[in-house]
Ligand binder design. Sequence first.
Ligand code: SF4
Length: 448
Amino acid sequence: MPLTGIQIFKLLPKTNCKECGEPTCLAFAMKLATGKAELTLCPYISEEAKSQLAEAAAPPIRAVTIGVGDRALKVGGETVMFRHEKRFENPPAFAILISDTMDEAEIDRRLERFNQLQYERVGLTLRPELIAIKNESEDARQFAAVVTKVQQNSDGGIILMSSNPDVLAAGLKVCADRKPLIYAGTNDNLGPVADLAKEHSCPVAAKASGLEELSQLTTKLTEAGVNDIVLDSGARTVRQVFQDQVIIRNLALAKKFRPLGFPTIVFPGEMTSDPMKEAVIASMLVAKYGGIIVLSDFQGESLFPLLVERLNIYTDPQRPLATTQGIYEIGNPDENSPVLITTNFSLTYFIVSGEIESSKVPSYLLVMDTEGLSVMTAWAAGKFVADLMAPFIKKSGIEDKVKHRKLIIPGYSAAESGGLEEELPGWEIMVGPREGAHIPAYLKTWKP
Ligand code: SF4
């Protein structure tokens, strides 16, 4: 049973030193009990208390890792129902389905789509993560052959799908070192599937027809020593799957109901045969609360919006995406190239750098750390003003890179031009456009 806030409080040092960021040990204990704080934030907890608190500190939904190395993927680990309460932790993974009855050409096409459908956005690479290999041939050798092909032709994480433990064992013989997800343990095969999961240290999905049966399965798995579990409630209608996802999250968080404290796996492709409806169902499950979303196929026009939706929902609402402060060279600039300055809000940086690039005028872009705020917000908050910009420009090293002393500032910070000329003797401050879209025309008029 998880500990209550008062029980946790009794194990804390009770000095109210505030180093954990909370005003009192009691406040910290209450946050720990609800999964909104991490044990490591208090440096004074004794080792003995730590071990007693481990269960209370564990996230109410276990984080499960699939795969190894750079491509290891974590799902679950969630602590809140709604993003604005804190943040969502681990984005749901997208998987493409490959059946072992598909012909070679179709498998190749799917692997190619999996490998190629990747997108750059705000400095991040958006891409799907998993390949679900489904045994429909009922032939272990055929299944193993497809697993081999997938393993050799992609770096994605793998889901092995079969109800037959012998088929799963054949797949594991090929790819156990990639730590695939074993799908699935059911009432009919739970013992042998649990043994496979333990033997190969792989996560396993439990599949049931309903939440009660599901919690019985996970209880048996944990009693057997298998802790990395993914949940399939068996729902294959939109209404039921939505309801189950919400109930699972709610029971795990609000009631600390451990048997359902695991990430989920869902199959929108088994709820409709229309690819667009499938994408719509998947988009619902990105928001509510799919852990792994297996799609019947990938198409760029539906995968890209799903990846962007996932990015938007799983960014930390309290921390803007930010770019590293520094000098960015765009298009091989030289000592006569223009120098522009902007803030380190990622979207601002990518818009401004993109417009400079499309102007074809090689330039230096100074990106100043404004804690991820955009130009207008940073200026209004006093973080993009002459007093702070001038020391950054002096220290940046830009004076060693250009002969001229002209600095182009964003139009929205025009009010700082006078202050900057005072702070930066010898520099001419030029007020650039307000909108990024006007940068190319502006730069065309550049003269050092
Ligand atoms: S850091 Fe530890 S001892 Fe200090 S207030 Fe927080 S919980 Fe209490």
